[in-house]
Design a protein around this ligand. Sequence first.
Ligand code: ADP
Ligand code: ZN
Length: 522
Amino acid sequence: MDNREEIRERAEALLRRFYGYSSFRPLQLDIISSAVEGRDSVVLMPTGGGKSICYQIPALMSEGGITIVVSPLIALMKDQVTALRSNGIPAAAVNSMQTDEENRHILEQLFSGRIKIVYISPERLLMEIDRWSRDLPVSLIAIDEAHCISQWGHDFRPDYTRLSRIKELFPHVPVMALTATADRLTRDDIATQLALRNPQLFLGSFDRPNISLRVRNNPGKKERIRYISTLIERYRHDAGIVYCISRKAAESMNDDLRALGYRSVVYHAGLPVAERNLAQEKFINGDVQVVCATVAFGMGIDKSNIRWVVHNNMPRNIESYYQEIGRAGRDGVKAEAVMFYSYSDIITLQSFVDESGQQSINAEKLKRMREFAEASLCRRRILLSYFNETMDHDCGNCDVCLNPPERMDGTVIAQKAMSAIIRTEGQAGFSMLIDILRGAARQDLMLRGFHLIKTYGAGRDLSYAEWNCYLSQLIQLGLVDIAYNESNHLKVTQYGAEVLRERREVTLARYKEPERLKGGRR
Ligand code: ADP
Ligand code: ZN
């Protein structure tokens, strides 16, 4: 095809005819044109952005050519194939979930030219690749969830690294690598690992303005449950996800919600496959209102009425957070993302980082996540800037925008906290320090003689929640630090010591009572 105008006309006609949509979303047409022109590409588009159409339409445009779609999500292939077939597009999947008989039948159809789009898992493709490269007229190879190829990505799959064979065996076939989650490092790595030739990069907008963003600093268990219940009730006919930090935590959240009479299921990688599939099915079919899950849940979930996502703990990085909240509101209608976070999350996540292979990168990512959680600037601006997208105005749909912090003089608070830390000789953790300041009669506190120090009870005038808020800010401001490797005790930093010595003024954001959430329906 020689010119873009012609490509556009044909592509639009196919979009109307097979999908019933009247226009392309941003980038879709450029991506399609690039593939039709035979170029390699890396497509970075948020979940729900409409990636599938980017390779499906070129598949329909090629006469007699076959499009191979490599995907690690075997469970979802069936849905994709069913959807395509119901739109009249001859598609099929080859994978280990089907019987040998079924696979054989599909291969026959494939080789007799009766299939245009074939979905296949990476390991299966590697089995078939020699024969396919010899005998099939392949016009395009799409690699979905392409971040799995990168060790930097959050979902590395060893099978994916062997996909570099694709370019060896199909040197003249354009390859389109698609993902919803890749920072610059991952993105470059995808192109390198797949040996793409001069790939065009398509960066979709990461803004999802319909999702409101909220972060709650260290709510207690009751408050968490109350918050989640409110969301369930607000969207009682739709669905939501609660992401938890561990399998055990997901189980226990599920138990709590069920005990309150909500229809909930649990999903994590420790469950037998059958049970997991059943949970996913119930969620997709709308049999349950909520799924309590670990990060194992959700890749590729295509459900339009997920109205809310709660992170019961801070995710390990912004990519994960963004991908997880992006499962809500895929229909463009109002949705809510709420994150609870606490210092114990940071401590746990820090230990994951320490155990991980890429300590420095993961530590940096965690730091960025934490800055997001602790921010007193528009959260969407921070989020988008992380993905190298600039936004020149505040969003008006995050907790910071809706409820900007009031500033106050926090000098005395800072002095009390820092002097208590010094007097405990850096032997107290976060909550212990608050209890010391508030003069609590906690036994372990007394055993260590902390009730004898001069600042014991010096902060009685403030509630635990207030101290929690202010102490967090002192950490954010860099006056106080948590020694993660030394039982997470608090230390006054050099900067903090200076401020204390010179009696410098400290400005803090005033504590606000948690918003009251109204229950009931929308
Ligand atoms: P992704 O793979 O990027 O997560 P999908 O390809 O599943 O996203 O698309 C998400 C939804 O958007 C699907 O329901 C799809 O039919 C719809 N969609 C895609 N392109 C368009 C378009 N041009 N106009 C309207 N809806 C679209
Ligand atoms: Zn905002």
